[in-house]
Design a protein around this ligand. Sequence first.
Ligand SMILES: *Cc1c(COP(=O)(O)O)cnc(C)c1O
Length: 339
Amino acid sequence: MIELRSDTFTQPTSPMLDAMMQAKVGDDVFMEDETVLALEAQTAAYFGMPAGLFCPSGTMTNQIAIKCHTQPGQEVICDELSHIYQYEAGGIAFNSGCSVRLLHGEQGRLTAAQVENAINPNDIHKAPSSLVSLENTVNRGGGACYNFAEIERIADVCRRHGLPLHLDGARLWNALVAKPETALQYGQVFHSISVCYSKGMGAPVGSVLLGDEVLVQKARRIRKVLGGGMRQAGYLAAACLYALENHLPQLAIDHAHAQATALVLAQQSWVAKVLPVETNIVIFELPEAVAAATVVEQLKAAGVLVLAMAPQAIRMVFHLGVASEAAAQLNDTIVKLKL
Ligand SMILES: *Cc1c(COP(=O)(O)O)cnc(C)c1O
């Protein structure tokens, strides 16, 4: 089967498994797991940020960041497509007791003007705005990347209003490969960044929350409250370190595969629209007469697994488990579908 439902389906490669088996581990709740400490330090250094915290999921790193930046009764500003709102099980309310101000951006990308307009005035009727959260790349936006200049303008709005700025960078790696900006530039504009190693980077488990020492110290306590303090977690961190050292350049191959498939899809009569492809995600819409469920079924029968995002929309995600031969085979399969 060609697995395109998500880049979370990657299997650890044999050298990654070797790195895991050879990891030196300790009790990470006691901060004595040298592999976890190395992953936290190396990820932080990569983005030029002071400190990092290893967590079992990107949901946890995001939720911890939101908890660190807010008090109950305050409000978080984000796009309506945001993972923190759509796919974290109501965690903003559950964990932080905050309301959410949802904005309608372009493929999930906000502008500085939108953010500025959404900041509540100091009025007793209003929840105090206390955090702005961006996502890059935008999962539900078809892997869309921000223009870095717009991020800088948003950071400027946040500075003027004294608001922290968080980045859900589950796929920030893909944006770094697709765009000219460096990791260090990202580290300079955000108060906290969450990155995932378990998506296109190919590790089985693991995310890191980045921030300054004070934030990460607070985050460590919240991770413990949530039950995310792990013991010999170095076996997992070793996979992430391996990914950081080896898997970044190959994301460009996933992007090329996504581009090629988007072109093929755009030529099919049963495809209404393909969202612009910048990274490893292809989202396409179907005409009214074609149900996503039908396309999912037919592709499955032809050996391709994809995800219906809506009754008329499908997502394909490319990753290191999809080799070039499989990517070519996929395009042949698409052309042959009878819908
Ligand atoms: C996958 C993802 C996360 C985190 O998901 P987990 O499955 O909890 O690791 C966060 N944000 C975005 C945009 C994602 O795609």
